[in-house]
Design a protein around this ligand. Structure first.
Ligand SMILES: Cc1cc2nc3c(=O)[nH]c(=O)nc-3n(C[C@H](O)[C@H](O)[C@H](O)COP(=O)(O)O)c2cc1C
Length: 155
């Protein structure tokens, strides 16, 4: 059993539904989950490191991309604080669900940038980034839940 911090970037609310579907699936798989719809870097760090536990600590980032490849407003401060963080984050594992629209040149750019940033901070990527294309007729909540189930051994 791992402890997950689900960190959400969303402008219009669609990605929040995906994050809530992930929370539901992870609970079914018997993981502990904290959902951050307004991610605050300091409290996420506190949740990650304050626990006196040997459980694996995982950050699941669920973010859309807006503007011309920009981060949603609600996750911008988290990204800035992460970039400025000098603490050792090498014990943090992460995985990313990036939501976007492939008609944009900047398809899923926010998720891709966070992937790079987390790697430069020494965090360990558990599963390769999952990019969901909303220009296709998809059910992103179901796809996200199936992705978690398919990778159950890595969580
Ligand atoms: C104004 C606007 C700009 C967007 N820019 C991008 C973009 O640069 N890259 C991309 O992949 N998707 C882009 N999208 C698509 C959104 O990421 C997609 O609609 C997503 O489902 C929105 O998620 P949210 O409801 O959580 O904000 C844009 C959508 C809008 C409305």
């Amino acid at each position: 059993m791992s402890t997950f911090q689900i960190i959400v970037g969303s402008m219009l609310g669609g990605t929040e539904y995906v994050a809530e579907a992930c929370e539901e699936q992870l609970n079914i798989l018997d993981h502990q989950v904290n959902l951050h719809l307004k991610p605050d870097f300091t409290s996420i760090l506190k949740n990650t490191f304050a626990q006196n536990t040997t459980k694996k600590q995982v950050w699941l980032i669920c973010t859309s991309t807006h503007g011309a490849g920009d981060f949603p407003d609600n996750i911008q401060a988290f990204v800035t604080d992460l970039k400025n963080c000098e603490q050792d984050l090498s014990s943090v594992s992460f995985m990313i669900i990036a939501i976007g629209d492939s008609s944009y040149d900047t398809f899923c750019k926010a998720g891709v940038e966070l992937d790079k940033t987390l790697k430069t901070k020494g965090c360990k990527e558990l599963i390769a980034i999952n990019m969901l294309d909303m220009s296709e007729d998809i059910d992103p909540e179901l796809l996200a839940q199936n992705w978690l189930k398919q990778n159950i051994d890595l969580l």
